[in-house]
Design a protein around this ligand. Sequence first.
Ligand code: GDG
Length: 489
Amino acid sequence: MFLHGKDRRLIVVSNRLPFSRYENENGEVKWEKASGGLITALEPILYDLDGIWLGWDGHSAEQSGEERSRLFSVKEIPQPSNVKLEEGKDYKIGCVPIKEDEVESYYNRFSNGTLWALFHYFFEKSHIDLSDWKTYCQVNERFAQYIDDIAREDDVIWIQDFHLMMTPFYLRQLRPRQEIHFFLHTPFPHTDILSILPWQDDLLGSLLCCDTVGFHHKQYLKNFLTAVDVLKRSREVPGEETAGDRGPLTYANPISIDFKLVDRTSREPAVIERKNEIRKKIASPKMILGVDRIDYSKGIRRRLRGIEHLIKTHPEVQGEFFYYQLVIPSREGVDAYKSLKKEIDELIGRINGKFATGLWMPIHYNYGTVPFAELVALYLAADIGLVTPLRDGMNLVCKEYIAAHSDNDGVLILSKFAGAVAEIKNCLAVNPYNIEEIGDAIYRALVMDETERKRRMKKMRKNIGSNDIGKWLEKCLNYFEQARGERKK
Ligand code: GDG
């Protein structure tokens, strides 16, 4: 993979870096590997292109006292014991400081409270607050200043996601000729929803300052173009004077995973042994798996009630399956997330209390993270992957589930509101709001015969295997190239 230019560097900019910095009780600085969809997708690219990743390290600016614009190699970071760096590969990171009160306002309240909720269609959870919007702009401007500090004229700046939607606007003012690209990892909502946000024009105007703007799904792209159209017809576009008359090149390109890495890991003897161990520990013939960041958009509660419905309508399945739910802690500073953990705990307790018999319990639950190899062993061990977000930009868990099934077996149940469903035709697609439908789909998956399971899994593997993260990057870089060409005309 290359960037069409000898000295051109790729600078990825996202709110969070793939490592979090914290201080232990002895005041020593420690690093922890972070996880999440954006990191899974972008880290292999950074390694491949020896790029630069600019973002926040999760530490408040008051504590970190980081030297402005210092870039350091990931090799310099003392790695946690469960992280193996790829031999001979490296990339650099730079930390943008965020103060404690800004974390509250810009990150917890505006990004994760207002924008995340709105973009996932939970508009009633989306609170509108002018002072949070101002902090969002202030932090976005700081990101632009940090980029300005380190970027060379020829560098390709690639800004990621909803936390930094105003950064293109500020950066364009500092760098009228710089190549600026943006990719959104969430859905882009319909204009009816977007127009709830008083500052939608500013966000749209900022994205119009980019050379390219990318989305996971053609529906999100369509929603964006409609919103721009409405905006252009109604008023002057903020930021247009700096963007010039060339609008961005817009595209839909579904993000993916490092298929080969997951597939290869699933064939490692230690992983297969671990998978056998997991299966042995489970007294039930079938294992169902859910893996989600804790988030109301992931549909965990309705999914659990789908399992309850399954047991109620098919009591014969008791003892025949085992549901394992891995929940990854996330956004612990946001109120809506704190109460969710309690609700999930209580719901699991209630369902287990109602249906557990002897040594059998329908739901097992782990709140925490596991190393990558363990995650692959869990995917491989699971007869059914249950992925039912109420709304999801893409969803990488379902793609990883497919990639880990190098045994060509397994059934994927997938929400029709996940971006990924457009590419995965051989899953069992469900309406994640419909508890009965979830229960019925699980039953169908439990009784599906081996021939059908394998036929479906082979097709899904072929599709995801040939559209992996490398393909996604190649397409994005081609769009960058195309935009570059059009700019020169
Ligand atoms: C956002 C969008 C979009 C999870 N637990 C562990 C772990 N993970 C990894 C998974 C997977 C990732 O986290 C989760 O990715 P998703 O795509 O499912 O979800 P979000 O974090 O919400 O991601 C989403 C994505 O960005 C990319 O554009 O698909 O729609 O919401 O890769 O494997 N990894 C490890 N241990 C864990 O315990 N190692």
